[in-house]
Design a protein around this ligand. Structure first.
Ligand code: DGJ
Length: 355
């Protein structure tokens, strides 16, 4: 390790200690100067958009496109209920669609609207309010110049286990729904889409009744699988996959499978995306790390223009009032090739990763 790297690592560790110890009580929506700009990420607080409304984008992911981050997520409105037939805690809100927010600093988010809307007048449609729409992720296809959204779609009785795909010419929509299918005729629930440096895309999905992760290679248009897929994390019941690449290696952050309740996170690594994956263990550090700080992974975003700088995004589900679920965003700290996610009560990118 050179002196620069050593000093940077030591600085980061000190910051972790300071932030973990101090804590913050401030809302993300206020600042020391009491102007209207957010200056820090404050996990678990209510986060407000630039109009002053709570940010409503759950189970989502980011897309960095031409200098702007777009945040897509489940737009959860109204009462949380349990269907009459429920024998398990399948709490839900009516499907209202997928929201989109934009930001250049990952702190101040402008509401761009509901970019994939529910379809209330057709009860057979995947996007009818009675169905389930979760974990939307959007990627950009440089060849077709289209923005492609993949999401988990369910029938009202939660037996469909399929992926829904939508497309748009612009990042802030509106997206046109193309339909749903089971990738490679296999079940697909919690899911994410990852685009590699060579432009190839892959869908990771909890399959086989959530017991085994499938990695489905996507066709060049990103709209369907090629037919090539692998089964990984066999019988390990991983959910909420979030995939990123660092120094040529692929990482998958995921949760266990306990409904809306928190459990222990896990990080795994692979040299090749469809190759063998090695489980590294729980990267979370600090109070309640064994329960992912009461969160569940949803996405990992590399910070544009910085090296070894990633934001890990988690949802803090409130299962009986899902619309009031909160967000936990934390830095991934890289030290001597070890990746950890320390809890910080209040932080920002410049403080942790430098200007
Ligand atoms: C865990 C999944 O990660 C969530 O997206 C949601 O489907 C809940 N299960 C439902 O219980």
């Amino acid at each position: 390790m050179n002196t620069h790297t050593f000093l940077k690592s030591t600085f980061l560790l000190c910051l972790v200690g300071i932030f973990t110890a101090c804590g913050g009580t401030q809302k993300q929506s206020s600042t020391d100067e009491s102007d209207s700009l957010n200056t820090h990420i404050i996990p678990k607080e209510q986060w407000l958009d630039t109009d002053g409304n709570p940010i409503n984008a759950h189970g989502g992911g980011l897309l960095y496109h031409e200098g702007t981050y777009y945040w897509y997520g489940e737009y959860k409105v109204g009462k949380t209920y349990l269907p009459e037939w429920a024998t398990w805690e399948c709490y839900r809100t009516d499907v209202t669609g997928v929201s989109c927010y934009s930001s250049t600093d990952l702190l101040n988010w402008k509401f761009e609207g509901v970019v994939l809307k529910a379809v209330p007048d057709d009860e057979n449609h995947d996007l009818h309010p009675s169905k389930v729409l979760e974990r939307p992720k959007v990627v950009y296809n440089a060849k077709t110049k289209k923005f492609v959204m993949w999401a988990h779609v369910e029938s009202a009785d939660y037996s469909k286990a399929a992926a829904g795909v939508a497309i748009s010419d612009t990042p802030n929509g509106e997206f046109t729904y193309l339909g749903s299918f089971r990738p490679n005729e296999t079940m697909s629930r919690d899911q994410t889409v990852f685009v590699d440096d060579d432009g190839k895309a892959y869908q990771f999905s909890s399959s086989e009744h959530n017991q085994t992760m499938h990695i489905n290679e996507l066709a060049d248009d990103y709209l369907k699988p090629t037919g090539r897929y692998v089964r990984r994390f066999v019988d390990q019941a991983r959910e909420a996959p979030a995939v990123f690449k660092k120094d040529g290696k692929y990482y998958m952050l995921s949760s266990g499978c306990t409904g809306w309740d928190p459990n222990r996170a896990e990080l795994a690594v692979a040299d090749s995306i469809m190759g063998e994956w090695t489980v590294l263990g729980d990267p979370c550090r600090g109070v309640d790390a064994d329960k992912t700080f009461y969160g569940q992974s949803t996405f990992v975003q590399p910070i544009a223009g910085k090296e070894n700088a990633y934001v890990a995004m988690f949802d803090m589900w409130k299962k009986t009032d899902l619309a009031d679920s909160r967000y936990i965003w934390l830095p991934i700290v890289v030290q001597n090739d070890t990746l950890t996610i320390p809890y910080m009560e209040k932080w920002n990118i410049e403080e942790v990763f430098g200007k």
